[in-house]
Write a protein that binds this ligand. Structure first.
Ligand code: UDP
Length: 480
C-alpha cells in the first residue's frame, strides 16, 4: 500500500434529495483531501447537482458523474420517475424499491471500467457488498441518517418490543440502548410493527446488508452521539466514521443556495427579506423534500402561525398542487404582508438557517434538516412525519435538549387531503415556547453550544476531521 497513490471512491446514493445533497458535500470533502470521486446516478438526479459539480471541477476538484439509466419500464413506473420526491403512493414506492435490484449489473460494469478503491452505497442497495467484493474492494454504507436513529432501528427489529404492548399509544422501552428511550407503536411504520410482510423483509435485508458491509459513514459528529457511536460499533461490530456536518464544507453561498434543486425564490430577495428582521425573530418552516401536506393541515398551520404572532418563512408543498389555494384562509397572505414569506417549491434552506434573523426551525426532523439546523445554531420545533424522524425527534428533544415538540404522534408517509394531525393550538403553543421567554432563551443557548461543537468537529484536529483522515488512511492501507 502506498500512501502517495490517489484514492478513488465511487458513490452510489439513494435517489432522494436527502441523500444526494450530503453525497455531493461528501464528494467535495473527499476531493479536497485529494481523493478522486465518482458519483453514479440516473440522468434526472445527476441534473440536480450538475451546476455545483461543474463549479467544483473548475476549482480543480476531481469529482465526476457516471450516468445510469433508471429502469422505469422494467419497474412499471412512468418515465421521469427517478427520485423519491416524485413518488406519490405506496404502490409506486413498492415499484420504485423493486427497481433497486436492477442496478447491480450497471454498477458492476462501472466498477469494472473505473476500478475505484471503494464503493459507498446506500443500505437499501442490498447487493452492493457482493458487487464490491467481486472486485476485491470494500463497500461502505452511507444512508443519510445518524448513529442514534440507526441503533434504535436495529434494536426494534431485533427485539420487536412493540409486540406485547396493548395499545398503539402506550409507550415501551427500546431495549439495549445507552439511554432509556421510549416509543409508541404509532411512531413506527405499519410494515415494521406488523407480522412479516414484503416491506419488512426488505428492511431486514437492508439492515443485514449494512451488517455485512465494511463500515458506516455518518453525516453527524461524535460529540452529538458519543454513547451511540460506541454502542453501534460494539454491539453491531461495525466500523463507524462520523465525518459531519458535511454541509460545513460548503463555504460558497451559491452552493448553499443551490443544494439539490433550483430555489423557487431569488436568494437575494430572500436574504433581503431576512435582513429587514431582528436577530432570532423569524421561524422557518419546511418539511423536507418529499412530504406534501394536506390542504386541511396547511390551513391549520396558517392559523397557528398567525396566532403565534411570529415572523416566518414557510415552504409550502401540498398534496394536490393543481387545486386552487383554498387552504389559504381568506386574506391570510395580505394580513401577513411583511411578517410572513411563503415559498411555494424549493427554498435555499441552508442560507435561511444561517441568517441571524432566523431564530427557529419547524422541521419534520429529516436528518439533513436536523443537522443543518444544529450546524446553524437554530433551535427546532419538531414535527416528525415518517422514515426515522420520530427517532431523530428523541435525539433533538430528549438527548440534545435543542427543541420543543409539536406533539405529532403518528407515523405517516402520505397526507390525507381532508385531515390534519396537529392542531392550530398545538402549533401556536410549540412556536411560542420556542421563540419567546426564559425556556426559549435556554434552548437557544443550548443550540449555540451545539453549533460551536459542530464547527470544532470539522476543524483540523476535531473529531470529524480525525475520523475522515482515519478512514482515508485505512482505505489507502487496503488498496492493492
Ligand atoms: N431542502 C432545501 N430546500 C427545500 C427543501 C429541502 O434545500 O425547500 C434540502 C434541505 O436543506 C436538506 C434536504 O433538502 O438538505 C432534505 O433532507 P431531509 O433529510 O431534511 O429531509 P427529506 O427530504 O429526506 O425528507
Amino acid at each position: 500500500a502506498s500512501k502517495s497513490r490517489q484514492l478513488h471512491i465511487m458513490f452510489f446514493p439513494q435517489f432522494a434529495q436527502g441523500h444526494l445533497i450530503p453525497t455531493v458535500d461528501m464528494a467535495r470533502l473527499f476531493a479536497r483531501h485529494g481523493v478522486k470521486v465518482t458519483i453514479a446516478t440516473t440522468p434526472l438526479n445527476a441534473h440536480l447537482f450538475a451546476n455545483t459539480i461543474q463549479r467544483d471541477r473548475e476549482l480543480g476538484l476531481e469529482i465526476s458523474t457516471c450516468i445510469i439509466k433508471f429502469p422505469s419500464a422494467e419497474a412499471g413506473l412512468p418515465e421521469g420517475c427517478e427520485n423519491l420526491s416524485s413518488i406519490t403512493s405506496e404502490e409506486m414506492l413498492d415499484k420504485f424499491r423493486k427497481a433497486f435490484n436492477l442496478f447491480q449489473p450497471p454498477i458492476e460494469q462501472l466498477i469494472e471500467e473505473h476500478r475505484p478503491d471503494c464503493l459507498v452505497a446506500d443500505m437499501t442497495f442490498i447487493w452492493a457488498t457482493d458487487a464490491a467484493s467481486k472486485f476485491g474492494i470494500p463497500r461502505l454504507v452511507f444512508n443519510g441518517t445518524n448513529c442514534f436513529a440507526l441503533s434504535i432501528i436495529h434494536s426494534l427489529m431485533r427485539h420487536e418490543p412493540f409486540r406485547n404492548i396493548a395499545t398503539d399509544f402506550e409507550s415501551f422501552d427500546v431495549p439495549g440502548l445507552p439511554d432509556q428511550i421510549k416509543m409508541t407503536r404509532m411512531q413506527l411504520p405499519n410494515h415494521m410493527r406488523e407480522e412479516d410482510n414484503e416491506r419488512k423483509k426488505l428492511l431486514k435485508e437492508a439492515l443485514k446488508s449494512e451488517l455485512t458491509s465494511y463500515g458506516v459513514i455518518f453525516n453527524s459528529f461524535y460529540e452529538l452521539e458519543p454513547a451511540y457511536k460506541e454502542h453501534y460499533s460494539k454491539i453491531l461490530g461495525r466500523k463507524v466514521w462520523h465525518i459531519g456536518p458535511v454541509s460545513l464544507c460548503n463555504k460558497n453561498n451559491d452552493d448553499k443556495a443551490e443544494r439539490g434543486d433550483v430555489a423557487s425564490i431569488d436568494r437575494h430577495e430572500c436574504l433581503r427579506w431576512l435582513d429587514s428582521k431582528k436577530p432570532n425573530s423569524v421561524l422557518y418552516i419546511c418539511f423536507g423534500s418529499m412530504f406534501r401536506s394536506s390542504a386541511a393541515q396547511l390551513n391549520e398551520i396558517a392559523k397557528g402561525l398567525e396566532a403565534s404572532g411570529q415572523n416566518f418563512i414557510w415552504v409550502v408543498r401540498k398534496v394536490n398542487s393543481e387545486d386552487k389555494e383554498e387552504w389559504l384562509a381568506e386574506g391570510f397572505e395580505e394580513r401577513m404582508e411583511g411578517k410572513g414569506l411563503i415559498i411555494r417549491g424549493w427554498a435555499p434552506q441552508v442560507l435561511i438557517l444561517d441568517h441571524e434573523a432566523t431564530g427557529g426551525f419547524m422541521t419534520h426532523c429529516g436528518w439533513n434538516s436536523t443537522i443543518e439546523s444544529i450546524t446553524a445554531g437554530v433551535p427546532m420545533v419538531t414535527w416528525p412525519l415518517h422514515a426515522e424522524q420520530f427517532a431523530n425527534e428523541k435525539l433533538i428533544i430528549d438527548i440534545l435538549k435543542a427543541g420543543v415538540s409539536t406533539g405529532a404522534k403518528e407515523w405517516s408517509r402520505w397526507a390525507d387531503d381532508t385531515k390534519f394531525k396537529v392542531t392550530k393550538d398545538d402549533i401556536q403553543r410549540a412556536v411560542t415556547r420556542l421563540m419567546v421567554g426564559e425556556e426559549a432563551e435556554q434552548i437557544r443557548n443550548r443550540a449555540r453550544e451545539l453549533k460551536e461543537m459542530a464547527r470544532r468537529a470539522v476543524e483540523e484536529g476535531g473529531s470529524s476531521y480525525s475520523d475522515l483522515n482515519a478512514l482515508l488512511d485505512e482505505l489507502r492501507l487496503n488498496c492493492p
